[in-house]
Design a protein around this ligand. Structure first.
Ligand code: NAD
Length: 478
């Protein structure tokens, strides 16, 4: 049994309550780790450590911050296999995918290590009257809360810019996937990150998470997770006028026009629908295909999806692993039941699976549903599993209306070789990210985030550095 510990002031500690939560291996449904059920007292200890470290870290020269963050990146790279094995065990994702994600976790630190060196203030000269400059100062102690779908990838995406900008952090990974964040503490110490700069408190959202967002001295909250949780967090953080960045759910459209490179569109759609069991906020869950190529795309897609192997995450041939937890598995199955009630035809998949030797794990066949109206619940609510709907469309106007019909606005994937149309749709679609003829092609300098109920604020590049700093205008009369 693995015992996960909190990481406070550079030391691994047990929860003050002495209580632990069972954590399951999704591939076989067996408890394999104990996670601290931390409470307000643990969060307070983390806050005290972070606050004590702040002055020192804030005043650490940028080049030294760069060296430490870059060293953390190197150590993640060096320990990639160990981290990937932990991530796959905890989350249920295929091991090969976890290995890819560890590259990105290291890259997050490397990217923001260089940001620490490059971040600079602007100055504005008012002719011969005055000179203004903008000081961008770290906020102090900030809170970072992340979800279970891309555990270390999203955890580091928050804490790396927070630290690079000179803040100290109280963080909480998801209680379903704490393992890699737990391993990260050791690496931070080895890299020479001063004690207290990063504190990791494990536990439930309702207790540990709530204690972080309710802590009046924690100056900003960077949260990634579900829209309902985000709404709750906003109701706590907004009245005290603390900064917040919310990266929330999605119900992303994937639109294929007849003029697109269909081979490429279909191949990428298999990935954009089912990578990580469809548990990526950026997965396209509503596929719209232009009527004239609908039957062709549909039949080729079904064929490709039927060939995806679902099962043991450590099998290199497996493309779809286990669903992260029993409650989430049941939620996705609930949506499959609802879809059938709403009149869906199951083109492939549609049910749970018990792979030989892994009968007690949580597996769902990659599923394509047809015949649903654009406005039914299956097409409006986030399922966050290996389930997509496919719908034919007749005109650009029609598909744009359907694409924009949900309360979400995270990401669009658009397949067309008509450049004018691509620009036109990109300008009018209501999502924070638009991929044209590609999916999940990420440049870490770009603003990342959603519109509508998919979030508030943007992460990435200077957006993240600006979020984690307070701009101050200094005006000097000449
Ligand atoms: P979740 O909202 O249940 O939990 C996310 C994190 O918040 C966890 O660490 C959880 O413990 C914590 N939390 C829960 N309740 C809390 C509370 N009251 N106060 C403080 N913290 C609390 O989300 P999840 O199920 O872990 O993740 C799936 C969701 O995340 C999906 O909706 C998905 O779309 C979204 N997501 C969004 C993005 C994005 O960038 N927009 C990326 C990944 C996932």
């Amino acid at each position: 049994m693995i015992e996960i510990k909190n990481f406070i002031n550079g030391e691994y500690t047990t929860p003050q309550s002495g209580i632990y939560i069972d954590n399951y291996n999704p591939s076989n449904g067996i408890v394999f780790s104990k996670v601290p059920d931390s409470n307000e007292a643990d969060v307070q200890a983390a806050y005290v450590a972070a606050n004590a470290a702040f002055e020192g870290w804030k005043n650490t020269p940028a080049e030294d911050k760069f060296k430490v963050l870059n060293r953390i990146a190197e150590l993640i790279d060096l320990n990639r296999d160990k981290f990937a094995a932990a991530e796959s065990l905890d989350q249920g994702k295929p091991l090969w995918l976890a290995k890819n994600e560890m590259i990105r976790a290291a890259q997050n630190f490397r990217f923001f290590a260089t940001a620490a060196m490059q971040f600079s203030s602007e100055s504005h000269a008012m002719e011969d009257r005055a000179i203004n400059y903008t000081l961008r100062q770290p906020l102090g102690v900030v809170g970072c809360i992340s979800p279970w779908n891309l555990p270390l990838y999203l955890f580091t995406w928050k804490i790396a810019p927070a630290i690079a900008a000179g803040n100290c952090v109280v963080s909480k990974p998801s209680e379903f996937t704490p393992y890699t964040a737990y391993l990260l503490g050791e690496i931070c110490n080895e890299a020479g990150l001063p004690k207290g700069v990063l504190n990791i408190v494990h536990g439930l959202g309702a207790s540990a998470g709530n204690a972080i967002v309710s802590h009046s001295k924690i100056k900003a909250i960077s949260f990634t997770g579900g829209t309902a949780t985000g709404r709750h967090i906003a109701s706590i953080v907004a009245p005290s006028f603390r900064k917040m960045s919310l990266e929330l759910g999605g119900k992303n459209p994937n639109i294929i026009f007849a003029d697109a490179d269909l081979e490429k569109a279909i191949k990428t759609t298999v990935n954009s629908s089912f990578l990580n069991q469809g548990e990526i906020c950026l997965c396209g869950s509503r596929l719209f295909v232009e009527q004239s190529v609908y039957e062709e795309v549909k039949s080729k897609l079904i064929e490709a999806v039927k060939a995806l192997k679902t099962g043991d995450p450590s099998d290199p041939d497996v493309r779809v692993g286990a669903i992260v937890s029993k409650p989430h598995f049941e939620k996705v199955l609930g949506y499959l039941k609802l879809a059938k009630e709403e009149g869906a035809t199951v083109l492939t998949g549609g049910k749970a699976l018990q792979p030989v030797g892994f009968e007690n794990g949580w597996y769902i066949e990659p599923t394509i549903l047809e015949g649903l109206n654009w406005d039914c619940r299956t097409n409006q609510e986030e399922i966050f599993g290996p389930v997509i709907t496919i719908t034919p469309f007749n005109s650009e106007e029609e598909v744009l209306n359907w694409a924009n019909s949900t309360e979400y606005g995270l990401a669009t994937t658009l397949w067309t070789n008509d450049l004018t149309r691509a620009h036109r749709i990109a300008a009018s679609i209501e999502t924070g990210i638009v991929w044209v003829n590609c999916w999940l092609l990420r440049d870490l300098r770009t603003p990342f985030g959603g519109m509508k109920q998919s979030g508030v604020g943007r992460e990435g590049g200077w957006e993240a550095m600006r979020f984690f700093t307070e701009p101050k205008n200094v005006c000097i009369a000449l």
